[in-house]
Design a protein around this ligand. Sequence first.
Ligand SMILES: [Zn+2]
Length: 188
Amino acid sequence: MIMKLRAEERHVLALVADDAAALHVTPPRVRFVESSGGPCYETLLNRIEIDRETLTLPEPLLRIVVAHEVGHATQRKSMLLDFARTLASTMTLLAIPCIAFATLPGEDLWRVSVPGLAFVLAFMVCAKIWRARGEKRSAAFELDADAKAASIYGSASALAALEAMATRRHISAARLDAMRARLVSGLQ
Ligand SMILES: [Zn+2]
């Protein structure tokens, strides 16, 4: 790497390595970006993106944010499986009009338009179901990543960080509630 890492970037890399060791997962790669879209985990690349704003966070917040992202790395297999399932479902759905097209007898217009229309309708219904399921799954992944961060730094620190983060950007009420419940129940 030609570009010299800044001290705060080196610090993030050290945090990622420590968190990955604590969570028994291969450390994901880290990419520092100029944008300010917030940190995120890229499943396909197994890479955490850290934006400029995140680098300026106070240490207690930064630690939880990084641990949360490393927490996502522990979910990589499930996330990839979800992705593969959706892809397989789409392919299956796509195969239906193809088979219908190949096997249905009759006029060309009939053979193209009816399976085509059926596919569009079926796709619209499935897309709606997949979207709802996807949202539910990603909400569950968020809670799990928070739990992983709490398992390293404790629920009290994780909750304090989530509450502080909520003043900066959107943090779902479900994540705050889950962490409060974790703290009350004495879970780490
Ligand atoms: Zn997340």
